[in-house]
Every structure is written in structure tokens, then in C-alpha cells.
Design a protein around this ligand. Structure first.
Ligand SMILES: *[C@@H]1O[C@H](CO)[C@@H](O)[C@H](O)[C@H]1NC(C)=O
Ligand SMILES: *[C@@H]1O[C@H](CO)[C@@H](O)[C@H](O)[C@H]1NC(C)=O
Ligand SMILES: *[C@@H]1O[C@H](CO)[C@@H](O)[C@H](O)[C@H]1NC(C)=O
Ligand SMILES: *[C@@H]1O[C@H](CO)[C@@H](O)[C@H](O)[C@H]1NC(C)=O
Ligand SMILES: *[C@@H]1O[C@H](CO)[C@@H](O)[C@H](O)[C@H]1NC(C)=O
Ligand SMILES: *[C@@H]1O[C@H](CO)[C@@H](O)[C@H](O)[C@H]1NC(C)=O
Length: 756
């Protein structure tokens, strides 16, 4: 009988073996249906990270059960010290009810710093391929007990050590693991799992292994260089380039949270090339549906002499937002700007709900001032938003504040950049030691080739914070004293992030206050619209009378906006130009402000030549047809003036003297003053120029009477001079001309002899 039985078993085995080996394509085990996958995660609070996790889980239709919500967290500060035992305890409790479901697959993952990049079918397929009952995430770094390294089985390739941020296994087996837990909530979960795993007997009987080659789990700690974004038509994945895998679970463990934030700006479907931003309209606050607009405290920080400050304030005034909903707090650190603020205050103090200024006499540090602004909103329960704006931010988009409020995020800033440069108000990346790092998408975001809402690590210059966020996540005051602004601040607890080196196109923490997201809060930057620009405050010389005139090089866009006639560009688009006499062209070039400020600058300088023939300012020292004038050179404006000619006059010559292009070489550049009391007219003369420009700097009949220019050959006069308009005419031979008498008041013109 024994023999027969053996024989039966033997033949049976042989048959089975034959059967197996004779089949060309062995049938893979039936796929586990996706209903059999249950995701368990522990989260005690609905942080931004948790909500992001849930969003990615819902996108792939995972069945998720959250453990511990609302419980106080007792698991320690995971990531910095050991802890996390509470997670195992909660899991152990949850597994008791699931232990006998043999075909249930449980996936247990962290949630604050983790996202899904693929769906349940894929996870289950890969789990089946791993052919084990329990699979842990793997890590190249060992934590927390380095002494256990030798006890790990060696691996030929792949990551050797266990990471407890991700575990997948059959319910009865997971249960057998976690049921061994008898430690405290603040004991270390990873150490607990590690000890079970490195025990050869347990490893065998519980049929455990690690996901050595990141088929399912990608831990980013120590692995940032391994991963790339892989853009598909609908999905964006993370690709592990070392193992050529597409991990399904991406975990920003250790200090890689900021890097995960970067990946999650794309993964799984946050942004891609096909559809752009998919989350941008989530949670929008529709202002048109509100009875009243939210109250905003606007904090304005003038921490250094800043060009175009009156224009900055003008933009604040013209923001499209009900002004009675705006309270304004200004910190002005510069005596130089007191006159600008005084003027604005006198004209507009009643426009806003309140307008409060803290001046230089208070001697506040930048950090103190910024905290003060935040505190005003924090301690006022009616303050819905705090809008912080540095004086170098030119919001050209009047909708900016509305758009930011509507975006309804805890912290959000609009992208502003230095005109035509890569310099912006945010950092896209952060190196692991907290220094500035350029993210791979930085340039595309700055140039708005990728448009959306970006979760970023650092921001400066302009941002909107919810009042409720200030009163909750940011209630700890002085959180924002950041910046290597003075040696004392090196002691501040966040200083590590701020001691960054300077990179050419990055905002520098040495000179800018930067905002860093508080723990658990995402900070967004939007480039969905063109919001405005950052102006340069470098090389701002405030020793002139109207200093912005000198900004033509440093801030050309703002200079043009302030000083060039608003119809100037229509010369080229609509031929806005007149020819009052043959070959005498007349066109708008200067704004009223430019005219006023140049005249003021000259009168401030005051040393008019008196119209004498002897003139030490010119070569030869003798002027045959002298005017009562001041040369641009005398006020230190020669370089700027010649640049103005190149930028704004040359294009006009090209147009009217068909193809004549001047490089703007001009030796005589001056402002002439005509007044009956001194010199009222100029006798007929030729100019020592190829052509001459003659810009009227004030208005006939308002500022003076008479005046004008008469061209003899054609018996033709231009008598009705228009402020800000320039005459342009050939200097020699054909265009003998004279300055007609000014009969009352004072007339000013700016003249250049070009290409002499
Ligand atoms: C582990 O489990 C798989 C099936 O899930 C089985 O095929 C394999 O033989 C087991 N390994 C060990 C060492 O028990
Ligand atoms: C302003 O503060 C700085 C540093 O706190 C101090 O050195 C300086 O003396 C103060 N100046 C005045 C005028 O109080
Ligand atoms: C600022 O302008 C004044 C007056 O033109 C000049 O004397 C001074 O050198 C300038 N300062 C700098 C730093 O350029
Ligand atoms: C520009 O031209 C338009 C149309 O001719 C005119 O109405 C407007 O006043 C001009 N702007 C200025 C600043 O002169
Ligand atoms: C010049 O024009 C004025 C009118 O515009 C006319 O009275 C005068 O006779 C003209 N002179 C010459 C020399 O043509
Ligand atoms: C000169 O201008 C002043 C003020 O603009 C005016 O009061 C005066 O009447 C003018 N004189 C003549 C002669 O037009």
C-alpha cells in the first residue's frame, strides 16, 4: 500500500511536471481584481499634503481608508527623529478586522508626502510579479539603526534597505506583521519593521521581500538623481532611470518634500503639455457671487530707494478692487521717499479704508516691519487676506488682487519678473541642503511657456496670505523673520535656508525678504496671467532732482512708460506724424512728466549760460548764435540723452528720411530757455547738424505766449508748439531758421544737433 501510494503520488507529480514543461506559454496567475486592493493610510490632519494624496488616489479610483483622522499625533516628529509608532498601532487595530480576508491585498502608505503615479491594476500586477506575500518599499539609505546593515540579505543590484513608507501584502500576512507591535506611539515604525524583516525565519515564513528596483515604490530620499518626469499624453509619470521603472507610489521621504512638491506639479495629471493645468480652477472663489468683497490688508514695503515709487502708488490706487475693502500699511525705510508718500497720502488718504505709514524715524528692521504688517492682519479677525507688496513690484495687471483672491489658496504669489530677464520672485527648486537650485522647469515657468499654479519652495516681493492661515498655521509670530539681513538674524531658526549664495538670475535672500511655506502648507505661485514686473533698485542714484529720469538704462520699460508720449508708438503703426513745413517733421515723443521733470531739473541746476558768444563748454569757445541754455552734460545727463536719441529718435529718422539711420551721435544737446526778460528769440541761423530735433517742453498759451520756429526758404512757421512734440528738420543748407520771440512767460525747448 505504501508503495502504491508513493507510486501514485510520483506519477501524479510527473504528470504535473510534464504538463507544466510541455506548455509553451505558461498561463500567468489570474489577475487580482482591483476591488481586492485596499489602501490604508494614517493621517491625523487634513494637511495640504493629505489633500493632494487623496486627489491622486481618487484620480486612479483607489479604495482608501484613512486611519486616525482627528486623533492627536503622538508619533513624534517623523523625518527628523524616530517615531511613527502610532501608525503601526492604528494599522494593527485596523488589520484585526481584515485578517481573515485571504484574497484582500492591503497597501499601506504615508499620505502627507506621497502621491500615486499609477492605478490599482498596475500595482496589483507588479505585486503579483514580485511573487511574495509582503513587499516593502526599499531605500538605498539605512535608517534608523545603521548597525543592522549587515543583517540585511545582500542584493546584487537594487536598493538594499527597508523603508516603511510603503507596504503591500495579503491581509493575513500584513496582519501577522503588525500584530507583533507592542511598543509606544512614539517608537519607531521603520525600526519595528526592519527587525522583523532582517530575522531570516520571519522573512521566510511571512514571505517578505523588498521592492529593490522601485517597480512600485519610489522613495526620493537619496534618489533625486535617479528620477525624471516622463510626459505622456494624459499622464505624467516619474521614471526611475537607474532601474528603468515607472514607480506607482512616489514618496518624498526625508528632506525631499520640496522635490516631491515639484514632481507633484505634474504627476499624475496636474499639468501636462496636452491639457495644461488641470487643478487651476479647483476651489475657485467666485467674487461675483459674494455680497461683499473680502477685506484685504495691503502691506507696502519700501526698504530701499526705489525708482518709480509714485507710479507704484498709482498702480495701488488703480487696482481693480473696492478701495473701502483695502487697508494699507506702509513701511517706509527711506527719508528720500517721504515726499512721495506725503504727496500720495494728501491726495488719497480717504480713498482707502485706512492708510497707515511707519516711517524711517521708527528705525524698524525689515524683518520687524514685515512682521508688524502681518500682525495687523493676524490680530484683526475681519482681515480676510494679507497682501504683501514690495515697492519694486510693478503690477501692470489691475486685476491682480482679484485674481489672487479668487484663486483661493493659503499662500499665493503672482509671477513677476525683471523685464526681459530670468530674474523672478520665486525659486523653483531647493537643493537638499537648502540652497538655491534652479528647477528644470524654472525657465519655462518664468517665460510662461508652462502656465499654471505651481507649488514652490520660496517666494518674495509679492504674495497674498489668507488671514485664517495667519491665525492658524502661521500663528507663531515672527515666522517670517527670514533673510541674512543682519548678523543677528543668522541666529534665526530658519536661517539655514537663507544663507544661500547668489546666483545671477535668482532673487537673493541677502537683499530680499523671502517667504518659505510653513510646515504642512503649500505655497503657490501663479503665472496664469501676465501680472507685472520687478524693477531694479540697483544703481539708483538719488542725488539728482528727478532721479527717475536717469533710469533709462536700469529700468527701460518703466522709463518708457513714464517718459515717452503715449502716442509715440502710433508714429509707426498709424503714421501719427505731421509735416508742417517741407521736410520738417513733427511727432509726439515726450510725456508731460518728461517735459516737466527736465525743466525742473534744469531750473534746479540753475546755471543758464546767459546767451553769450563766449562759451567755454564748446570746442573753440565761441558760439556765433548763442542761446540761453544748459547742456545735458552739465547736469550729468549726456549718456542718458544720447541713449534716448538712439532708442526713440533713430527709429523716426529711419521712417521719415527714408532709410537714414543715425546712431545718435550728437555733440550738442541742451535745453534753451526763452523769456522776454532774458533772451526772447534767436536770429536766423543754420545748425551744425545733419538734422536737428527740437522738443517743446512746455505749453503755449499756458506757460508762455509767442515763440515758435520759422523756416525762411519756405516762408513757413510752426507757431503752435505742442508740449512733448518734437520738430525734426535738416540742420544745414535748406533749413535756415529762427526762433520767434516769446512775448510773455518762459518757453523751454530741448535741442540736439545730430550727426554733426
Ligand atoms: C512566497 O509566496 C509566493 C506566492 O505568493 C510563492 O509562490 C513563493 O513560493 C513564496 N516564497 C516562499 C519563500 O515561501
Ligand atoms: C537704528 O537701529 C540700529 C540697529 O538696530 C542701531 O544700530 C541704530 O543706532 C538705530 N538708529 C537710531 C537712530 O535709533
Ligand atoms: C550720483 O550722481 C551724482 C550727481 O550726478 C554723481 O556726482 C555721483 O557720482 C553719482 N553716484 C553714483 C554712485 O553714481
Ligand atoms: C493720443 O491721440 C489721441 C487720438 O488722436 C488723442 O485723443 C489723445 O489725447 C492723445 N494722447 C495724448 C497723451 O496726447
Ligand atoms: C510769408 O507768408 C506770409 C503769410 O503766411 C505772407 O504774408 C508773406 O508775404 C510771405 N512772405 C514771402 C516773402 O512770401
Ligand atoms: C503774461 O502772462 C501773465 C500770466 O500768465 C498774464 O497775467 C499777463 O496778462 C500776460 N501779459 C501779456 C502782455 O499778455
Amino acid at each position: 500500500m505504501e508503495y502504491l501510494k508513493f507510486c501514485f503520488v510520483f506519477s501524479c507529480w510527473v504528470k504535473f511536471a510534464l504538463c507544466v514543461f510541455s506548455t509553451d506559454t505558461p498561463q500567468p496567475p489570474a489577475a487580482i481584481p482591483k476591488e481586492k486592493l485596499l489602501v490604508l493610510t494614517v493621517a491625523t490632519e487634513e494637511t495640504d499634503g493629505f489633500l493632494r494624496f487623496m486627489k491622486s488616489a481618487n484620480y486612479f479610483k483607489y479604495n482608501v481608508k484613512v486611519l486616525g483622522m482627528g486623533e492627536p499625533w503622538k508619533g513624534g516628529d517623523v523625518g527628523r527623529s524616530i517615531g511613527g509608532g502610532q501608525k503601526v498601532r492604528l494599522l494593527k487595530e485596523a488589520m484585526e478586522a481584515l485578517a481573515d480576508q485571504e484574497d484582500l491585498v492591503v497597501l499601506t502608505v504615508d499620505s502627507y508626502d506621497l502621491i500615486f503615479a499609477g492605478g490599482p491594476e498596475e500595482i496589483l500586477r507588479k505585486f503579483q510579479q514580485a511573487n511574495h506575500k509582503v513587499l516593502f518599499a526599499a531605500d538605498g539609505l539605512i535608517w534608523p539603526d545603521k548597525k543592522l546593515a549587515d543583517k540585511y540579505p545582500s542584493v546584487r543590484s537594487g536598493k538594499r534597505y527597508l523603508n516603511s513608507g510603503g507596504i503591500i501584502g495579503y491581509a493575513p500576512f500584513i496582519n501577522k506583521v503588525v500584530t507583533q507591535w507592542n511598543l509606544h506611539d512614539n517608537d519607531d515604525d521603520q525600526l519595528f519593521y526592519t527587525k522583523i524583516y532582517v530575522d531570516p525565519l520571519q522573512r521566510h515564513t511571512l514571505n517578505m521581500t523588498l521592492d529593490h528596483k522601485c517597480q512600485i515604490f519610489q522613495n526620493l530620499n537619496g534618489a533625486i538623481d535617479e528620477v525624471l518626469l516622463k510626459f505622456g499624453t494624459n499622464l505624467v509619470r516619474v521614471r526611475n532611470t537607474v532601474y528603468d521603472s515607472l514607480p506607482v507610489v512616489v514618496h518624498g521621504n526625508g528632506n525631499t518634500k520640496m522635490y516631491l512638491n515639484h514632481l507633484a506639479n505634474y504627476v499624475p495629471n496636474t499639468w501636462n503639455y496636452e491639457h495644461g493645468c488641470s487643478h487651476c480652477d479647483d476651489d475657485i472663489l467666485d467674487l461675483s457671487q459674494l455680497k461683499e468683497y473680502p477685506n484685504v490688508l495691503v502691506g507696502v514695503f519700501i526698504e530701499q530707494p526705489t525708482p518709480f515709487l509714485p507710479e507704484f502708488f498709482h498702480r495701488l490706487l488703480t487696482l481693480d478692487y473696492p478701495k473701502d475693502k483695502l487697508k494699507v500699511f506702509v513701511h517706509n525705510n527711506e527719508v528720500y521717499h517721504e515726499k512721495h508718500i506725503q504727496k500720495f497720502w494728501e491726495e488719497n488718504r480717504n480713498v482707502f479704508n485706512t492708510f497707515k505709514v511707519v516711517g524711517p524715524e521708527e528705525n524698524l528692521s525689515q524683518g520687524e516691519a514685515r512682521n508688524m504688517g502681518m500682525d495687523i492682519c493676524r490680530t484683526d479677525v475681519t482681515c480676510d487676506f494679507y497682501f504683501s507688496m514690495d515697492s519694486d513690484v510693478m503690477l501692470t495687471n489691475r486685476q491682480t488682487l482679484k485674481l489672487l483672491v479668487e484663486q483661493n489658496r493659503k499662500i499665493i504669489g503672482p509671477l513677476v519678473t525683471r523685464h526681459g530677464k530670468l530674474w523672478s520672485n520665486f525659486w523653483g527648486g531647493l537643493s537638499l541642503d537648502g540652497y538655491y537650485a534652479r528647477s528644470e522647469d524654472y525657465i519655462d515657468i518664468v517665460q510662461r511657456k508652462r502656465v499654471g499654479l505651481w507649488n514652490i519652495p520660496f517666494m518674495a516681493h509679492v504674495y497674498l496670505v489668507k488671514g485664517s492661515t495667519l491665525r492658524n498655521e502661521l500663528k507663531e509670530r515672527n515666522y517670517f523673520v527670514l533673510g541674512k539681513l543682519d548678523p543677528d538674524m543668522a541666529l534665526c531658526r530658519n536661517s539655514r535656508e537663507m544663507t544661500s549664495h547668489r546666483e545671477k538670475d535668482s532673487p537673493s535672500p541677502e537683499s530680499f525678504h523671502m517667504l518659505r511655506p510653513p510646515k504642512g502648507v503649500f505655497m503657490y505661485m501663479t503665472n496664469r496671467h501676465d501680472f507685472g514686473r520687478l524693477i531694479s533698485t540697483a544703481n539708483y542714484n538719488t542725488s539728482h532732482y528727478n532721479n527717475d529720469l536717469w533710469q533709462i538704462f536700469e529700468n527701460p520699460t518703466d522709463w518708457k512708460e513714464k517718459y515717452i508720449h503715449s502716442n509715440y508708438s502710433r508714429i509707426f503703426t498709424e503714421n501719427v506724424m505731421e509735416e508742417p513745413c517741407p521736410d520738417v517733421f513733427w511727432f509726439p515723443v515726450f510725456s508731460q512728466k518728461a517735459c516737466d521733470e527736465i525743466v525742473e531739473e534744469m531750473e534746479h541746476y540753475g546755471s543758464w549760460s546767459g546767451g553769450k558768444n563766449e562759451d567755454k563748454r564748446i570746442s573753440g569757445g565761441y558760439e556765433t548764435v548763442p542761446t540761453d541754455d544748459i547742456h545735458m552734460k552739465q547736469i550729468g545727463y549726456e549718456k542718458e540723452w544720447l541713449h534716448f536719441i538712439r532708442e526713440f529718435i533713430s527709429p523716426v529718422t529711419l521712417k521719415v528720411f527714408s532709410g537714414y539711420f543715425t546712431k545718435g551721435y550728437a555733440v550738442m544737446n541742451f535745453v534753451v530757455k526763452y523769456t522776454p526778460e532774458r533772451q526772447a528769440y534767436l536770429r536766423p541761423h543754420h545748425d551744425s547738424s545733419t538734422f536737428t530735433i527740437n522738443i517743446a517742453l512746455n505749453a503755449k498759451d499756458t506757460d508762455f505766449q509767442g515763440g515758435g520756429c520759422r523756416f525762411h526758404r519756405y516762408n513757413c512757421s510752426v507757431a503752435s508748439q505742442r508740449k512733448g512734440w518734437s520738430l525734426m528738420h535738416p540742420g544745414r543748407l535748406t533749413h535756415l531758421h529762427e526762433g520767434l520771440p516769446t512775448t510773455n512767460g518762459t518757453r523751454y525747448i530741448a535741442v540736439s544737433f545730430i550727426d554733426p
